[in-house]
Design a binder for this molecule. Sequence first.
Ligand code: ADP
Ligand code: TYD
Length: 212
Amino acid sequence: MAGLFISFEGIDGSGKSTQAKLLANAMERAGHDVVLTREPGGSAGAEEIRSLVLEGDPDRWSAETELLLFTAARRDHLERLIMPALAEGKIVITDRFADSTRIYQGTRSGDLRQMVDQLHDLVIGHEPDLTFLIDMDPDIGLSRAKGRGGTEERFEDFGADLQHKMRAGFLNLAQQYPDRFRVIDGTRDIDTVAAEVLRIAYEAVKNRKSNA
Ligand code: ADP
Ligand code: TYD
């Protein structure tokens, strides 16, 4: 049986990691075979690229080089982890996937969006079955993300204006791909969000069974 590929998307600090983990735990408890992963990263090679791209001087890479690094990381993640797990019928839950590149790289340099799409078609060519967009006002997301600390401040440091653009970009993508996107109000408390996410994920599991 083919697996199920679920992604979480949204601006920094919206609660993606929290919700991805809760969903993975709940599905595991229900007896499903689950792989929880994240981007950039998720495989050994991609995790190395993650530190190259998220740490250090923000001007270290040109926008084009950065896009290539994110895409190279995704290709490795897909080859080594995601595709093999799906082929074994597992549920793969990833914290960010290609929609993040469409929005982050595509929004920061508007003229890059075409290159983002071309590269995706050329070397990735896969979309999740289900994408949760955890949506919220960026001012809330930013203060949550800042509270978390750590050394990967690079993208969060771009500030509120950019995050507002990202939010609008994600909502646009959700309209563009209504079949796989579900927009979730991330301003509610963690358990309320998790319950809605779990209900929708189980619907997808049921549909997968009836389509199999
Ligand atoms: P993301 O992965 O989208 O950047 P996280 O899941 O790391 O977001 O959450 C950012 C911070 O906000 C964490 O400290 C987390 O505990 C907290 N948080 C997550 N979801 C909620 C929520 N629904 N309400 C309040 N705080 C939350
Ligand atoms: P992540 O660890 O998910 O950050 P957060 O938990 O704060 O949301 O992702 C790190 C940063 O990398 C985040 O600011 C978004 C950025 N990013 C891109 O710019 N392009 C991409 O393709 C991906 C996957 C992430």
